[in-house]
Write a protein that binds this ligand. Structure first.
Ligand code: GLY
Ligand code: MN
Ligand code: MN
Length: 444
């Protein structure tokens, strides 16, 4: 992960804002991710735990952030991390080590990670509560209980263990939901480099090439611009494969007169872009493809126009359903009374997923979608939230209830949108989207 794009001050201010929410006499724990074995002695590329990353910017495994707010309300941040080790570093890469980590990342203290077992029980002794993100890291709960057990073992010497374990996932998610201007700057860059990749894919598309070859073009462009890894497994889905929502096999040949759906975005400094484009393999939409494509695009544009503070996902979904339903009735794919079909959400037979989701450090980013206790009412948008808008229509090859001309068509169009004070900013600025723009680019 290129983690140099945000300032040390930004991470420090996040820790401060989190600490401000903690009651006095609390400890909060944020473990880093571990490395994950791919096979034998090789690992998957390391991906940092996003909550840990959000609060530290520190991109090594085997680390732990401990935030303490003492009884008088003073807060401190301590990092535990791998020690410097010349032999390991010759083989596996540089380690920051506690001394440099404290200086470079602005922690109040830093220690080698094996000291955690000695120091965590000490932190616990003066705390009433321990916070961590439940079910965020395998086996971490057990680790916390081990430290609690150590403190409790000292009960006869007057040691007191914290009585409450609390989940702070929601507090962190709420912070992550609202992006700072620096975060938005990175997300714009992630979108632009991903847009270049979508352009490249369109230009390189040709009958007979394989989906993985187009995937390679995308990855090439991501990496060229500093996004070493895609934000999620790239979906490069030709023809009927587009009707498999999370198709990542990417192994089939591209067929003449068919569409290619690409859902792929680069991850820059930990932040995801999530863009989908659907275009004709040979550069020219057939009439049925153009018809379905334009309908999905019309619905997407209508939805995006409605994004502003106060709007919510339920309202946007209603707009998408209205546009898609009216279009499907006009095409004879749905029949009946339009208002009744809308009420019945009949278009959901073909628009088979949600309209969008929060976007940020995770592609399906954290952040509560609901506000009321019954968890029915969707929360109103506020400036700084970032979301995807991705309507689609899917007619699998074996979908016998539609005319043959629609079968095998799957279209999704996905942009990334920031809620602003005035309305919205579409940060997906350079991924061609109109039929004219796509065909013009592919004709070059
Ligand atoms: N790329 C997964 C999604 O669009 O939600
Ligand atoms: Mn998405
Ligand atoms: Mn997507």
């Amino acid at each position: 992960m290129n983690h140099t794009l945000l300032s040390v001050e930004e991470f420090a201010s996040r820790r401060q804002r989190f600490a401000d929410q903690l009651p006095n006499a609390s400890v909060a724990l944020f473990p880093a991710n571990g490395e994950i074995t791919r096979s034998n002695d090789t690992e998957y590329p390391f991906c940092q735990n996003k909550n840990f990353y959000y609060l530290t910017g520190f991109n090594e495994p085997e680390a732990l952030l401990v935030m303490v707010k003492d009884a008088s309300g003073n807060s401190t941040s301590t990092l535990f991390c791998r020690e410097k080790d010349p032999l390991q570093e010759v083989w596996h890469g540089r380690r920051t080590g506690p001394e440099q980590a404290q200086k470079q990342y602005g922690f109040d203290a830093a220690y080698i990670n094996i000291e955690a077992d000695k120091r965590l029980p000490e932190f616990f002794e003066s705390a009433d509560r321990v916070y961590f993100c439940f079910a965020d890291q395998p086996a971490f709960e057990q680790q916390v209980f081990n430290w609690l057990t150590q403190v409790k073992a000292g009960a006869k010497q007057g040691k007191k263990a914290p009585a409450q374990l609390l989940d702070c996932s929601a507090q962190i998610a709420e912070m992550r939901l609202f992006k700072s201007s620096a975060e938005l700057g990175i997300m714009r860059k992630a979108n632009v480099l991903s847009g270049l990749a979508h352009q490249r894919a369109m230009k390189q598309s040709a009958v007979g090439k394989f989906e993985y070859q187009i995937e390679a073009e995308m990855l090439h462009e991501f990496t060229l611009h500093g996004a070493r890894y895609p934000a999620y497994g790239s979906i490069v889905a030709g023809a009927d494969n587009a009707n498999i929502l999370h198709y990542t096999d990417n192994q089939d040949a591209l067929i003449d007169n068919s569409l290619l759906l690409i859902d792929a975005g680069g991850e820059l400094a930990g932040y995801a872009a999530d863009i989908t484009r659907t275009f004709p393999v040979n550069g020219k939409f057939t009439d049925p493809q153009a018809t379905i494509y334009q309908l999905v695009l019309d619905s997407q544009l209508a939805v995006i126009e409605a994004i502003k503070p106060g709007a919510n996902f339920a309202q946007l979904t209603d707009i998408a359903i209205r546009v898609l339903t009216e279009g499907l009735v006009e095409l004879g794919i749905l029949t009946g009374d339009i208002e009744q079909l809308i009420e019945d959400k009949a278009c959901k037979d073909y628009f088979i997923h949600g309209l969008g989701h929060w976007l940020g450090l995770d592609v399906h980013d954290v952040g509560d979608y609901h506000i009321d206790e019954n968890r029915r009412q969707l929360r109103a948008f506020e400036p700084g939230m970032v979301m995807t808008i991705e309507p689609g229509l899917y007619f699998p090859a074996d979908c016998l209830e539609v005319e043959p001309k629609w079968r095998g068509i799957g279209v999704r169009i996905e942009d990334n949108i920031v809620v602003t004070e005035q309305g919205y900013e579409n940060i997906t600025v350079n991924s061609p989207k109109t039929i004219a723009d796509i065909e013009a680019l592919m004709a070059k």
